[in-house]
Design a protein around this ligand. Structure first.
Ligand code: KIV
Length: 290
């Protein structure tokens, strides 16, 4: 008997990334923070979903990622998990949740996995995080590292600028990437680094690089979904290509509905419920007058 081929593509697990890299197949990753966007992204065939701490900028309007809490990422991860059947779900460890000690970091990462349904966690930093990466991996927690521009260091860095532009800083990034691979990370986000540096790292490593503002040589590209579809405010970074203007769509829908309400056109007969015939309306009206 011939086995039926599943009509849905297979669930993405961590080893799929290495396999794709070996075959030279590019993968895609988008952020999601809630059930509907997770469903849309998952059903579109995106392989990785990042429950990023960019939720702080995009959803909560904090202005940066520093105030984001574990509870906020946990709640978002639960919703994303309910919406995504296929994509690999990676959740960010927010600022302050991996900075105190290793035990606390493991506890926080386990909450994202056990309570939230995350399948991997991401943390920012290079050589300063090696022991932490080793410890998490040792506890069966898959880790994505994140180097280059690390937004949780915004106060130290003094802004969001391209990193690794000198020989010394580029060399440090390349070394950090290798050390993180050796420590057991299964992928590394390269954010805002020169494309030449990202290419060297992508060629040197066996694990996947996930680029954002890091050129086309990265194995995987990631964007903040809300930037891609035009649902963020303010100037977009130059690496963002915006494919839709959802804000305009939403404003138009809201304006049309408001106009219909104000003109008395909404709700119409079809959009309203009536009483069954057996109910005596005249009696009800009488009650109202009594
Ligand atoms: O939080 C996030 O969305 C991220 C991506 C920008 C990589 O870390």
């Amino acid at each position: 008997m011939a086995y039926l081929k599943p009509d849905k593509p297979e669930k993405v697990y961590v080893p799929a990334l290495r396999k794709a890299k070996r075959k030279g197949k590019k993968l895609v990753c988008l952020t999601a923070y809630d059930y509907p966007t997770a469903r849309i992204v998952d059903e579109a065939g995106v392989e990785l979903i990042l429950v990023g701490d960019s939720i702080g900028n995009v959803i909560h309007g904090y202005g940066n990622t520093i105030p984001v809490t574990l509870e906020e990422i946990l709640s978002a991860t639960k919703a994303v998990k309910r919406g995504a059947e296929r994509a690999l779900i990676i959740s960010d460890l927010p600022y302050g949740t991996y900075h105190v000690n290793e035990d606390e970091t493991v506890r926080n990462a386990l909450r994202l996995m056990k309570d939230g349904g995350a399948e991997a966690v991401k943390l920012e930093g290079g050589r300063n995080r090696l022991n932490l990466v080793k410890r998490l991996v040792n506890e069966e927690i898959p880790v994505v590292a994140h180097i280059g521009l690390t937004p949780q260091s915004v106060h130290k860095l003094g802004g969001y600028r391209v990193q690794g532009k000198t020989t010394a800083t580029a060399k440090k990034l390349i070394e950090d990437a290798k050390m993180l691979e050796d420590a057991g990370a299964f992928a590394i986000v390269l954010e805002l680094v020169p494309k030449e540096v990202a290419e060297i790292i992508s060629n040197e490593l066996k694990i996947s690089t996930i680029g954002i503002g890091a050129g086309s040589a990265c194995d995987i590209q990631v964007l903040v979904l809300h930037d891609l579809v035009g649902l963020t405010f303010g100037r977009l970074p130059r690496f963002v290509r915006q494919y839709a203007d959802i804000r305009e769509f939403m404003t138009d829908a809201i304006n049309r509905w408001s106009d219909d309400v104000r003109s008395g056109d909404y709700p119409n007969e079809d959009e309203s419920y009536g009483l069954p015939e057996k109910v005596d309306i005249e009696a009800l009206k009488k009650l109202e007058n009594d």
